[in-house]
Design a binder for this molecule. Sequence first.
Ligand code: SRM
Ligand code: SF4
Length: 571
Amino acid sequence: MTTDTIDRSRDLSQPLDRLGPDETMKDRSDYLRGGIAEGLLDRITGAVPSADDVKLMKFHGIYQQDDRDLRDERRRQKLEPAFQFMIRVRLPGGVCSPAQWLKLDELARAHGGETLRITTRQTFQFHWVLKDSLRPIIKGLHDTLLDTVAACGDDSRGVMCTVDPQSSEFHAEVAAMSKQVSDHVIPKTRAYHEIWYGDERVASSGPEEPFYGRTYMPRKFKIGFALPPSNDIDVYAQDLGFIAIGGPDGLDGFNVVIGGGMGRTDQAPETYPRLASLIGFVPADQVIACADAVMAVQRDYGDRKDRQRARFKYTIDDKGLDWIKAEIEQRMGAPFQDVRAITFTSNGDSYGWNSTPDGRHHRTVFIRSGRLDLKLLDAFRDIARIHRGTFRLTPNQNLIIAGVRTEDRAAIDALLAEYGLETDTVPPFRRNAIACVALPTCGLAMAESERYLPTLLEKIEAILDRHGLADEPITLRMSGCPNGCSRPYIAEIGLTGRAPGKYNLYLGGGFHGERLNRMVRENAGEAAILEDLDDALGRYARERQAGEHFGDFTIRAGIVRAVTEGRLFNE
Ligand code: SRM
Ligand code: SF4
């Protein structure tokens, strides 16, 4: 990576004592070591005793949580919360081999509450992991060449890539690039190897973190690669998005978008979701230089006092897009070229079997909210034992059994049928619905999401049936709080939790993730939400034009006003 590192904690224009507490914590952590190794040995508590170490462990892909269903009861019994951990795997582009699948399955059964969770950024999470199981899981992953480095934390995490192998001939090239970028941008500290694999600390001749320095990024940083016509990764929600453009000889380069992000905080109008802005085109051989330059600008100018405003989207809005673009070009050593024309048609998954010119077949299987329970673990363990291709995790939390040979198709179909996983039986509305994890594991959840979605969907499906819309593809995304982990602010119907049983309702997002939606109802219970949807969907059924998507209709019909870029809540 570029070596023009400025360590912000040592930059005299931002003295350490005037930065936020997390900056001091990172600075003092000895490159993410802190006291994690010692904290793991503490037998008195199921937690990691130091609050700083809890934060540092995120850089290692680990979140300390507690079972929120048990909180009150444990408090009554004067017991400490039921501490447990979530571990997020680093899986660039969401691809893993059958051997890796079998290891993930084995670890989930042994240490992860017999469940795995596919996330909206194409990876696996283990939940319900006890402190003593952290090392066995991470070492087990290592045996099969997987790790959890930078799956969370103030660094570049989880690089996404369009997953649909049928979408273009150069899919493999772009997927390889997402892996290359992921390897390039992860922290270089040896802390992870020392703490989790037990490696000896050795003195290094060069800087331990040549790019990040002692204080890493101001906040998380997300990169994704999209291959039109599929916008499955929601490229406009990424801090840095690359949109692949083909030429006569294969991959030509990428349109570059910057500054996307979903998270907002209730009652804090200075926080808002933002769609990424298109700033130019780079040839394929400049992708790494571009990623370095963009990240360096955010590293050096991102807000390090107020974490609520520390994402790249705010740096861009505070400094101005033209200024940021010029700064990136200067660090990249080349101007951006003119953007190329692209067309996205959907951000969903294509279900059932698809085939590619190489004679391979790919079967997308619907997984409700990405949750692999014991029955699904059994099913995919059986499939992994005979499968000779790869598994691909989609950004819509589904699973593709990819690269299947013609002669293996029947056996895979037979296993899917044995476990009742024929995708075609899932109603269309359900296929385009996403829910974040929320309760009981997420410490930030204000309302249910994954556990409540099926109940709500049934009720909305009854409305759709009544209006003759049962086969319409409409996107619905639900999050248990305003952070927006299901990317709800770009769905045609978005719901974000405010309190138990209460949600904000948003309408008008673009069908392929190109437009933010707008809030139409605040802090509403189920009855009010269903009433609003009944009205809007009823009008859609009666007044829509041929081929018109629901989100587009709500704007044309004046139900909501369009927002195409920038701030959503403050106009
Ligand atoms: Fe997220 C925090 C789960 C994708 C925005 N997210 C969390 C935490 C770790 C809660 C916490 O900080 O204690 C959640 C863990 C819950 C649990 O029990 O598993 C959590 N986020 C998830 C996942 C698992 C949701 C899912 O159902 O799949 C997704 C994991 C992705 C991955 O594999 O890396 C997930 N989170 C997202 C996305 C979608 C995306 O990146 O495409 C977003 C919106 C995009 C963005 O970043 O703006 C997202 N998560 C957040 C935020 C708000 C950040 C902000 O800028 O304000 C938080 C809170 C925070 O960071 O302070 C958060
Ligand atoms: Fe938790 Fe909120 Fe993210 Fe849902 S949106 S997983 S409730 S942080």
